[in-house]
Design a protein around this ligand. Sequence first.
Ligand SMILES: Cc1cc2nc3c(=O)[nH]c(=O)nc-3n(C[C@H](O)[C@H](O)[C@H](O)COP(=O)(O)O)c2cc1C
Length: 314
Amino acid sequence: MPDVNMQVELAGVTLKNPVVVASGTFGFGREYSQFYDLGELGGICAKGLTLHPRNGNPAPRIAETPMGILNSVGLENPGVDAFIKEELPFLRGEGLPYKKRFETKIIANISGNTPEEYGIMCEKLAEAGVDMIEVNISCPNVKAGGLAYGTRPELAAEVTETAKKHAGGVPVMVKLSPNVTDITEIARAVEGAGADALSLINTLRGMRIDVNTRRPVLKMNTGGLSGPAVLPVAVRMVWEAAQAVKLPILGMGGVSKGTDAAQLMLAGASAVAVGTALFADPFAPLKVRDELAGLAARQGLASVSELTGGVRPW
Ligand SMILES: Cc1cc2nc3c(=O)[nH]c(=O)nc-3n(C[C@H](O)[C@H](O)[C@H](O)COP(=O)(O)O)c2cc1C
């Protein structure tokens, strides 16, 4: 089979292949680096960061569901400063006998309580030299009574604008929440506010109840659904967003196979992220990459990027 060019562009950043790992499912790469060279990945969306360290929510905070999981981890993380001081150098391969061990792109993922917090984190991360900043807007806006930024176009736009202003030229990718009636409304607002790319989808709100104890299975009662069960929702939302805006899209939600990734790309994604599949198989992103390359080769494509937006709707 002829070689397929696997390189793709996402908001001006060149990824060696279109498969990145999703935020919150890969930590900061340390555990996974024991399995393979992280430089095999197109990119790494690091675990979600907040301005200050967070312990996250009480356990149980992960539960299995048919073809998926519910989580209410609640952004447990060491804070943006600890990431810059301890985790980013590791991801950059500094201190190793040979430089730049991990030839991959580092995408920091941030969550804030206020637009100001997003701005401060963007400044710090831009100065630290990450390749891209993924702005998670599935976070409660403390000032607006806990309403999630990602559910209101004007709030999503405000966060995007602030992030952009403080990111010093580092591309800003805004991660959309699927828990909305019309994803195109939010996508347009974020584009209008200057975002460089979109990523979607984050998790879908869900709940499981133990019928014997009558207690919700998660201590927080509800959580976010991810895994293969959400793939069709992700494909639909990427398709809708791709038609509404010109921004490049990082598609995610339920990817565990090459054909899953291809569906998201045909719907309009330039690259894809693998999340929950990592919990069953740490090698999932490499498997997805190789299967995607095989699929593109069988279809006679010179470049995998030819899949992007290639769906032929009825
Ligand atoms: C345990 C867990 C933690 C997550 N943490 C974050 C996070 O910190 N920031 C974020 O933007 N998304 C987070 N997500 C969402 C994923 O990045 C991804 O958008 C979602 O899980 C859908 O992809 P998947 O079905 O491949 O997992 C998390 C998901 C899981 C399962």
